[in-house]
Ligand binder design. Structure first.
Ligand SMILES: Cc1cc2nc3c(=O)[nH]c(=O)nc-3n(C[C@H](O)[C@H](O)[C@H](O)COP(=O)(O)O)c2cc1C
Length: 198
């Protein structure tokens, strides 16, 4: 059993968060914990016309972003859930900055801070463009502290035919970073320019 804490912060990319949560829910050996920030709720309304229940429906446990007494706020909780990892998808520049400074203000940020201090896997699917020097420095700080910085950056080499396919392929790359098995496609030499997509 793997416990994965999925933080959803207020960057653009809610359809990706939904796709990832659906994918995790389909993995029988994964238990999903989810925190949806207040910022994310505003973006969810804008991008999906929905409330947090759209995402929460695919999580095993949902935590309120203001509940700093919830389990993931404590390092000891994570060891009861080994091997645990945290994913923030999408990761806003606000949440990135909070993690880079250590000045965390909600459960999502605190949990990320705990994952870092405990040396646990922390994958940040960042979303902003263009990036300022502040954003870039924050990313470097967090990479140096052990986080995986994974900008929302779909590849075209698997020839996605739809937005859904692109999201699934991006989810596959995220699952790779979490060490989770999937069949969402990966590069193979058979994808040459003269061959049809299998
Ligand atoms: C529709 C919408 C889209 C947004 N997209 C982004 C984005 O892509 N990246 C980002 O860093 N912030 C984005 N923001 C701004 C963040 O939501 C805002 O900075 C928020 O305070 C982040 O809070 P959080 O990190 O606690 O979720 C967006 C806001 C809205 C309303």
């Amino acid at each position: 059993m793997r416990d994965i804490l999925v933080g959803v912060s207020g960057a653009s990319g809610m359809p990706l968060a939904l796709c990832v949560l659906r994918g995790l829910a389909a993995m029988p050996d994964v238990r999903t914990h989810c925190v949806i920030s207040h910022g994310a709720r505003a973006v969810l309304r804008a991008e999906c016309g929905a409330g947090p229940e759209l995402l929460a429906a695919h999580a095993d446990h949902l935590y309120e972003p203001d509940n700093l007494a919830a389990g993931p706020a404590s390092g000891s909780w994570w060891y009861g859930a080994e091997p645990a990892a945290m994913l923030i998808v999408p990761c806003s520049m606000g949440t990135l900055g909070a993690l880079a400074s250590g000045a965390t203000g909600n459960l999502l940020q605190r949990a990320g801070d705990v994952a870092l201090k405990e040396g646990l896997r922390l994958v940040l699917v960042t979303r902003e463009s263009p990036l300022s020097a502040v954003h870039l420095r924050n990313m470097l700080s967090l990479r140096e502290a052990g986080a995986v910085i994974m900008p929302f950056s779909p590849g075209f080499y698997l020839r996605p035919q739809s937005l859904e396919e692109m999201l699934l392929q991006t989810s596959g790359r995220i699952f790779d970073q979490l060490g989770l098995a999937h069949n969402l496609g990966r590069w193979a030499e058979k994808y040459t320019e003269n061959e049809a997509k299998p």
